[in-house]
Structures are given as structure tokens and as C-alpha cells.
Design a protein around this ligand. Structure first.
Ligand SMILES: Nc1nc2c(c(=O)[nH]1)N[C@H]1C(S)=C(S)[C@@H](COP(=O)(O)O)O[C@H]1N2
Ligand SMILES: [Mo]
Length: 328
């Protein structure tokens, strides 16, 4: 839907310039040249509508004693229905409603994570052996998507640093690389070749060890809904949402900057760092404002975007002396 002659503050452009525009273009080309082979078939999964309730997981018993934290105590949290129905999770389709509709068959228990690379301890571990269930915290964080919408979510999880330190990364571990599950049987969006699956992300080791970096296993006091990245996803609140990789099955400590999904797809639009920065516009839209959800056409709820999504005090030291226009 394109409505002409709206005020700039109405953010009409956000409805037509999202991350998937690039992919839609590519997919159109593919679909028309290879007669739709490899394009996801939504009808297969359309009947499997999730009930919106979190799927049980072996660590779910730990949700009875979540440690409260001061993070985001003064924030207005988005309703659960919004946070669990307006999602980006391309493994289940490009539409905001696709993840909630098509992820109910994802099997999240048992779940294991393979840890590789530059660390003393490596191997494949059950999720419950990696996440200490007695240390689950609640942290209310702002999530700012690169598409210029945002919401406030109460995550449940554990600091990423506390998990990574257990594997004793060595001095060559300059970056940490993460991978999402790759299983087209469970993830219908992976039957399309537009993205080189699995979804990949990465952080510098210093970013990964920053106290704000969070490994989430839940939200709103319960286990993560599949559409939000069950059973375990990253939450990096000072970076654009695409860095917060979902349904993680691999962690690799590496020496060189890893290749990451959106940077591979469109390097001129999505950088490796992807720090929230109102001073550096996306080539197709401004990053100066954001649409804070929930909101609608009549009340778009547009607010100013803050440097590092408002977390400058905690993270700006990570980037001292770095040119953030070049390293966007
Ligand atoms: N594996 C995977 N992780 C992903 C994505 C994705 O498509 N696949 N989308 C990212 C984007 S663009 C955003 S904005 C957030 C959205 O998280 P939410 O749906 O829990 O709000 O997930 C991120 N993590
Ligand atoms: Mo995003």
C-alpha cells in the first residue's frame, strides 16, 4: 500500500522500504526464471497456525525464579501479542505474520549447540548444559529494527559473556560467529534460495563480552515463542535487530571478521557493526526516527532514534576512535 503526499513524520516509506525489498526483487527474478522451483510453498504450512503459547522446553522449570534486574525498569513494554505476532524470521517467510503462523512445527526440545574454534573447550552441548537455569534474569530492552520500527521487550536469559567464558576462548578469538538452525523441513522459508542459509551473525569478542549482550531463552516470564527465536537467541540491544540471531545451533570463536547474512546480501545497506545510529541513514530510508510499536496509521507513534539505541553509556567505549560512518 502506497499512500501519496503524507508528511515525512508519518513514515510512509517504512511500509514500502523494508529489508525484504531487496530479497523480493531477487526472488521475483528467480521465480520467473526457474518457474518457482525453490520458492517456499506457504500452503504446506498455512494450516499449522500456532496458538501463540510458548512451547515447553527442558529449562522451562527454571522460569519460576527469574532474577529481576534494573534494565529497562522505566520502559513501557509492548503487549505480548504485538511482540509475538510482528516478527522478522525469514526462515518462516518474509511477512511480519509468517513467523507466528508457520513456526509451530519447529522442534525446540531437545536442542543442542555446537561450540567450535579458538577456545579450550569445544564440542556439542545440550542447551540446558550451556544455560545455567539458576541464573536466568529478566532484562527489559529496546529492540530497534533496521527497518525503523522498534519495541520494548522483557527478555529472560543470561549474559552472553557468562556463557562464552565457560568455553575459555583463547587469544586468537577476536570475533564470535553464530549460526541459526538449517532445516528446510522445519523452516519452510529455507526452501527458497534467496538467502544463503543458515542465517549467520557475528560480534567482536569485546562486543560479545559487553554486559548488555544477552542470550535469551524467554520473554514475558515464559519460554520464547518459536517465532521469537526459540529456544535460544541473541539480544544485542544497541545494534539493529538483525544482529540478534534466532534459534542458535552454532557458536564459533574466530580470528577474522565472520561473514554475516545481511552484510553478504547487501553490503552497502547492512554493515557488520550495525550499531543503531541516527546519524547514518540507510541508503533507502532515514534512521533518524523510528515507529515505536504498538502504533497504527492514525497514531504512528514516531520517536527520535537514539545513538546506540540509548545504550551509549554502556557501549560507546567499544568504538572509541572508530569511524562509525565507515564502519556502519
Ligand atoms: N535466524 C534469524 N534471526 C533473526 C532474523 C531472521 O530472519 N532469522 N531476523 C532479525 C531481525 S531483522 C529482527 S528485527 C529481529 C526480530 O526479532 P523479534 O521477531 O523477536 O522481534 O530478529 C532478528 N533475528
Ligand atoms: Mo530487523
Amino acid at each position: 500500500m502506497i499512500i501519496k503526499s503524507r508528511k515525512k513524520s508519518d513514515c510512509a516509506e517504512y511500509e514500502v522500504t523494508d529489508q525484504s525489498t531487496y530479497l523480493n526483487r531477487r526472488q521475483f527474478i528467480q521465480a520467473s526464471t526457474v518457474a518457482a522451483i525453490g520458492v517456499a510453498s506457504p500452503s504446506l504450512f498455512a494450516k499449522e497456525v500456532g496458538n501463540g503459547l510458548p512451547v515447553p522446553n527442558t529449562i522451562s522449570s527454571a522460569f519460576n525464579n527469574i532474577i529481576e534486574t534494573p534494565y529497562g525498569a522505566s520502559e513501557k513494554v509492548a503487549p505480548f501479542d504485538v511482540a509475538s505476532s510482528y516478527n522478522n524470521f525469514y526462515e518462516f517467510g518474509y511477512g511480519k505474520g509468517d513467523p507466528a503462523e508457520k513456526s509451530s512445527l519447529l522442534k525446540t526440545d531437545p536442542w543442542s549447540i555446537t561450540v567450535e574454534g579458538e577456545a579450550d573447550i569445544t564440542g556439542t552441548f545440550a542447551l540446558e548444559d550451556i544455560i545455567n537455569e539458576n541464573q536466568l534474569e529478566e532484562r527489559i530492552y529496546r529492540l530497534r529494527c533496521v527497518e525503523a520500527w522498534s519495541m520494548v521487550v522483557p527478555w529472560v536469559g543470561i549474559s552472553l559473556a557468562s556463557v562464552l567464558q565457560k568455553f575459555k576462548p583463547n587469544s586468537k578469538a577476536k570475533y564470535v560467529y553464530f549460526e541459526t538452525l538449517h532445516d528446510p523441513n522445519q523452516m519452510p522459508g529455507q526452501r527458497s534460495g534467496s538467502i544463503e542459509w543458515p542465517y549467520r551473525e557475528g560480534l567482536t569478542i569485546e562486543e560479545a563480552m559487553n554486559k548488555l549482550a544477552f542470550l535469551s531463552v524467554g520473554m514475558y516470564g515464559s519460554v520464547l515463542p518459536n517465532q521469537n527465536g526459540a529456544p535460544v537467541r541473541l539480544v544485542v540491544p544497541w545494534k539493529y535487530g538483525f544482529k540478534s540471531i534466532k534459534s542458535i545451533v552454532k557458536i564459533r570463536f574466530v580470528e577474522k571478521m565472520p561473514k554475516t547474512t545481511w552484510n553478504m546480501l547487501a553490503p552497502q545497506e547492512y554493515g557488520f557493526y550495525a550499531n543503531v545510529n541516527p546519524g547514518v541513514d540507510h541508503p533507502r530510508w532515514t534512521q533518524k526516527q523510528e515507529r515505536r510499536l504498538p502504533g497504527g496509521i492514525l497514531f504512528p507513534n514516531v520517536i527520535e532514534t537514539q545513538m546506540f539505541n540509548g545504550y551509549a553509556e554502556e557501549v560507546s567505549d567499544l568504538y572509541s576512535g572508530m569511524n562509525l560512518v565507515k564502519n556502519f
